[in-house]
Design a protein around this ligand. Structure first.
Ligand code: MCN
Length: 786
């Protein structure tokens, strides 16, 4: 079946996207719509001592100026964090209050204080500037170091020392003992730089309150509209769940940053009720830098011990994670259950211990960004492996090979249970494609041209499709992490699939349709994927953590099982043959051993005319399913980067980048390759170019594309993407997620390559030319002195 599972069909959705016909939130125009502009704090930490809106209120076009006192007065709840983490001492995490509009105190530059609703965007903005807010400035802690210092200002009253939690996993004593007896211990201080997500479409919302129906509609740039509806109604009390419709239409990328329910959506809904107007807000790019949740921002100390044969005996990690000024929706889980649980990497490590200190700072909240915790884990593990190999004089590939997990299922010391993989197979494939063996010759040739050539490897593993619901619930998650689907076969045989996953660039309209086309042998074009609307789709948990393939498609698969069972019954009845002879192939229902068959549409018609169905069968052909995974899926792979560094300037050129991934069964190889390309580009961006920088006063110095460097095509080489797949054993399709892998494996591969080239392990991300140049100077000076 050329359009089914495994076919590299072009994306169905691209017709509308590449012809400019996509319909994004900002494209929605409501009758009687007004515009919101937020009054934001210019200070990172201050008490709000007064708000004078009288000048703004009298300006042209201004409908209302609303502030935090009115918001809380109307009973709108504080913003929640959905995963409760318990500290070492058994105490719950310290949640500071976060009101969608600040009441007494602002805690980061950009914190919203008030909103102006006006007839035009320009009028709203002008009036927002005219709102006079008086502040009493407070001392600022804009970094982890500043927040944990003895004299640090207190950011939330109920979080002494700015500590959100002090969490641990693993066996500390056993790990200490293993490290004490190790033949070699590698120690590193590792920083994971802070990133801004930068989806192409900035966040936007348009909210409408229908007074006659007492009903709200919110169009929003969301990765999970059902979760948004649930949280908005259950926790923020903006509207009751059955009276709130949330629609996430076409969404131009999210990368995690559109999972959360931000203040602006809450305020637009509330303001639509207050003003009886549709209220629209579209973020400026500079507003996005200030207010979209950032990613990463860890400081880590790690020690890895080896025996005389190079076998890892223990791994001890201590991490400090920056949460920014408030706990965003998923944030607490990122440096704990999405990070520390991946610290076994692809290796059999008998003793692991990790402690994580989560801290508040006067910066925008930090939450999941492509990979969420797993890039940080993979960076720590793979930098340690490479550095250890160098220190012990071992080949980094062979050191990894000595330690690979080889038998499955494999229970790590940090919760995860890997179901499948052939880690050495991926490494050998990548080494072949990268011509690992020929590197010495290329290095010598480059040296002849005055260039420093280096090669670096990373064997990442990650966990996708976070699951099962009962397990995550026992670890503190406030939601279940299943997915739902409904498959509707229409009377004419066309098929609609309603899914709780949300596509914002991942090509679900194509790959999900391929799963259906594959099952029944129907044309891809006869299958329509419906998503992103709480009034159409029964329920859903949305898209993040590369879950839509393993979890979303598995829900569809289960619903297809039910549809198939009914089709077989109808076919058997109509063809007057036993059910065990009936099969569905190439869009036909056939009875084996006979020449009897029915076209696919004849089944649909029979189901809905209901003139001749088996006794007792309900008419119609529509089935739903909820799928709760029994385990995560564990995509893994080996990435190899080869770089040339110009010692005169510190400029690094990536000359080759090879990826060998294991994604289980692949539904659409072209879409998967695109996902890997995008992920690698983001990972290279983190490794070489991107960093959010705050100054000591909490002012963001990297708040525009003049200061924050996104990777561009000419920063990237042509990637070689290979696969060596092993089927996932815990979901019906055998699929492992692919959406984050590139961003997880590439930063360590790049930094390992650059540090190999310059002969200095002490390189932090982003590896900017000035940093690399300075290290070359200090390495050269060190060598000269020796
Ligand atoms: N797929 C496949 N075969 C597999 C695995 C996946 O054909 N073995 C297909 C899936 O059917 C889907 C796509 O690949 O069409 C990605 O699937 P999956 O890995 O399950 O990831 P999700 O669909 O859940 O997407 C989420 C993931 C994440 S977490 C981030 S962050 C990210 C990413 O996807 N954000 C993206 N890729 C992105 N791509 C775009 N363009 N924009 C974003 O915001």
């Amino acid at each position: 079946m050329s359009e089914g599972i495994g076919a590299p069909v072009k994306r169905k959705e691209d017709k509308r996207f590449i012809t400019g016909k996509g319909k994004y939130t900002d494209d929605i125009r409501m009758e009687n719509q007004a515009y919101a502009a937020f009054v934001r704090s210019p200070h990172a930490h201050a008490n709000v001592t007064g708000i004078n809106a009288s000048a703004a209120e009298s300006m042209d076009g201004v409908i209302a100026v609303l502030d935090g006192a009115q918001l809380t007065g109307d009973g709108i709840g504080n913003i929640i964090c959905g995963w409760a983490i318990t500290s070492k001492d058994g105490s719950p995490m310290n949640m500071g209050a976060w009101s969608a509009l600040a009441t007494d105190t602002v805690r980061y530059t950009g914190d919203a204080v008030a909103v102006v609703v006006a007839e035009s965007k320009a009028q709203a903005r002008a009036a927002a500037e005219a709102v006079e807010v008086t502040y009493e400035e407070l001392p600022v802690a804009a970094s982890i170091e500043a927040a944990v210092a003895d004299d640090a200002p207190q950011i939330h009253e109920n979080a002494p020392g700015n500590v959100v939690y002090d969490w641990e996993i693993g066996d500390s004593d056993a790990t200490d003992a293993a490290l004490a007896g190790a033949a070699h211990v590698t120690e590193m201080d590792i920083t994971n730089n802070r990133l801004a997500p930068n989806a192409m479409e900035t966040r936007a919302a348009i909210a409408t309150y229908d007074e006659a129906e007492d009903h709200y509609t919110l169009y929003t740039t969301s990765q999970n509209p059902h979760v948004a509806r649930l949280v908005l109604s259950a926790f923020y009390a903006v509207a009751p769940e059955h009276k709130l419709r949330v629609i996430a239409p076409d969404v131009g990328g999210g990368f995690g940053s559109k999972i959360y329910i931000y203040p602006e959506e809450i305020v637009c809904l509330w303001a639509s009720m207050k003003t009886k107007r549709s209220v629209k807000w579209t973020s400026e790019r500079s507003e996005a830098f200030l207010t979209d949740a950032h990613g990463r921002d860890h400081i880590t100390k790690a020690r890895m011990g080896f025996d005389a044969d190079g076998k890892i005996v223990g791994f001890k990690v201590s991490t400090k994670a920056n949460f920014g000024a408030y706990m965003s929706l998923f944030s607490s889980a990122v440096p704990t259950y999405l990070y520390a649980t991946l610290l076994s990497g692809t290796y059999d490590i008998p003793n692991i211990y990790c402690e994580v200190l989560g801290v508040y700072t006067n910066t925008v909240p930090v939450d999941a960004y492509r990979g969420a915790g797993r890039p940080e884990a993979s960076f720590v593990v793979e930098r340690m492996m490479e550095t250890a190999a160098r220190e012990m004089g071992k080949d980094p590939a062979e050191l990894r090979n000595t330690n690979f997990v080889r038998e499955f299922p494999y229970q790590t010391q940090v919760i995860m249970n890997y179901d499948s993989g052939d880690f050495e197979g991926n490494m050998r494939q990548a080494m072949g494609a990268a011509d690992w063996a020929g590197f010495a010759g290329r290095k010598a040739e480059a040296a002849g041209r005055g260039k420093l050539r280096g090669i670096g490897m990373a064997c990442y593993i990650e966990a996708c499709g976070i699951a099962p619901s009962a397990a995550v619930g026992s670890l503190g998650a406030g939601v279940g992490l299943w997915e739902s689907a409904e498959v509707r076969v229409n009377p004419v045989g066309t098929i609609e699939v309603l899914t709780g996953s949300h596509s914002h660039g991942q090509g679900h309209e194509t790959t999900f349709a391929q799963v259906v086309a594959d099952r029944f042998g129907v044309p891809l074009d006869s299958v329509q994927i419906v998503h992103g609307d709480t009034d159409k789709v029964q329920f859903g948990m949305g898209t993040y953590g590369s879950r839509s393939g393993p979890v979303g498609m598995s829900a569809i698969f289960k619903a297809l099982d039910k549809v198939e069972a009914k089709v077989i019954k109808i076919g058997a009845h109509l063809l007057e043959e036993p059910e065990d002879r009936i099969s569905i192939e190439d869009g036909q229902v056939k009875a084996s051993g006979t020449n009897k068959s029915l076209d696919w549409h004849e089944i649909g018609l029979a189901a809905y005319t209901a003139h001749n169905l088996p006794d007792g069968m309900e008419p119609g052909l529509k089935e739903g399913a909820f799928y709760d995974p029994e385990n995560f899926t564990f995509p893994m792979g080996c990435f190899i980067a080869e770089v040339e560094v110009d010692p005169e300037t510190g400029v690094t050129d990536i000359v080759k980048f090879v990826a060998s991934d294991d994604f289980g069964v692949i539904i659409n190889p072209m879409i998967v390759e695109g996902q890997v390309h995008g992920g690698i580009a983001q990972g290279i961006g983190q490794a070489m170019l991107e960093e959010v920088v705050y100054d000591g006063n909490g002012q963001q110095l990297s708040g525009s594309y003049m200061d924050y460097t996104m990777p561009r095509a000419d920063d990237l080489p042509s990637f070689v993407v290979e696969h060596h797949n092993t089927k996932c054993t815990t979901n019906p399709l055998g699929v492992k997620g692919c959406g984050e892998a590139g961003a997880i494996g590439s930063p360590p591969a790049i930094i390992n390559a650059i540090t190999d080239a310059i002969g200095n392990n002490d390189l932090s991300m982003p590896a900017t030319p000035s940093k690399v140049w300075a290290l070359i100077q200090s390495t050269g000076a060190k060598i000269a002195a020796e």
